[in-house]
Design a binder for this molecule. Structure first.
Ligand code: ZN
Length: 313
């Protein structure tokens, strides 16, 4: 049932091959009625959970890319041009490339403010808004933290909006999307309960994170964020800052150092060696690890990796 059909593309054109394979298979499957362009893989996975074969989802980024910084390539513009629906995390996460894509694609159906555009983070309670307008001053999240997908309750909130939007854009499939949404939410609610039970030992654990990628997860599971490897969010960790963290944590005070697959390992490995705290990789989205193949296995993997690190201490 979970044929996740996410089309990716990277700089080497590898995904082009994937795209061809899927197109070649398309006549065998039900025709895709709704073309969904997403900025981050979690929203492609969600669209597919709800819409199954009625949607084809194309993700601008993979889990191995930093969604703050990609190029507005011509192939992405072409995808936006043919999209019926665009869904992105928003809160300025994609401010470096999405406005250019939307402008060049010139597809009025998916412009901000139209019914074919969803800014996912508008539908959850955003954490950490500073109102700081100068990104160079040390905050690339002045409108609140955009990494909302690390709390599965946020994914449920976005699912409701997405399901209803799909139903309104493709009225022939409305009943299908609503049934898909109900089915997903039922399974998702059960999964959240079981994750919360399983993650109970993580309550009160202390995390150093590379970037402010995990604030929603931390709030959800009661994990305390004690420091970041980036002195200035969005800029690479500096030697001075890592030196300070070494003094601060050499006697302990944290349970793990967390980074995402696309983040340079050197800073967390360097600190880990000096302070004796485990450095771990957590998938920030679907595709971030081999196990995180869909939204459910994404959270299975995140929680198991955290528990494993806690047990290994
Ligand atoms: Zn960020």
């Amino acid at each position: 049932m979970h044929t996740v059909r996410i089309l990716f593309e990277d700089n080497r054109g590898v995904a082009r091959a994937t795209l061809f394979v899927v197109l070649a298979l398309a006549p065998l499957a039900a025709s895709a009625d709704l073309r969904v362009f997403v900025c981050e893989p979690e929203w492609a996975a969600l669209a597919t959970e709800i819409g199954g074969d009625r949607v084809s989802a194309f993700s601008a980024t993979t889990a191995l890319q930093d969604p703050h910084y990609i190029q507005a390539r011509p192939s992405l513009i072409a995808q936006v041009r043919r999209a019926d629906l665009v869904i992105c995390s928003g809160a300025e996460l994609e401010i470096g490339w999405l406005p250019a894509l939307l402008q060049k694609a010139n597809n009025r159906d998916v412009l901000p403010g139209s019914s074919g555009y969803i800014e996912a983070s508008n539908h959850v309670l955003r954490l950490g808004a500073t109102g700081n307008v100068d990104r160079a001053q040390g905050d690339i999240h002045p409108r609140g933290n955009p990494h909302i997908q690390t709390d599965p309750r946020n994914i449920a909130a976005v699912a409701r909006v997405l399901g209803e939007t799909m139903a309104s854009l493709d009225p022939d499939g409305a009943a299908f999307y609503r049934a898909g949404l109900d089915d997903f939410l039922k399974r998702w609610t059960d999964a959240i309960e079981s994750w919360e039970r399983k993650a109970e030992p993580l309550r009160g654990a202390k995390a150093i994170t590379h970037h402010k990628s995990w604030v929603y997860l931390q709030q959800w599971l009661g994990i305390e964020g004690v420091a970041h490897l980036e002195a200035i969010p969005g800029l690479p960790p500096t030697a001075t800052h890592l030196g300070k963290l070494t003094s601060r944590f050499k006697a302990g005070g944290a349970d793990f150092i967390i980074r995402s697959p696309y983040q340079d390992a050197r800073a967390s490995e360097w600190l880990s060696e000096r302070v004796g705290i485990d450095a771990i990789v957590l998938p920030l989205t679907v595709g971030g690890t081999e196990r995180a193949r869909d939204l459910f296995s994404l959270f299975d993997d995140i929680i198991d990796r955290l528990l494993q690190a806690l047990h290994d201490e």
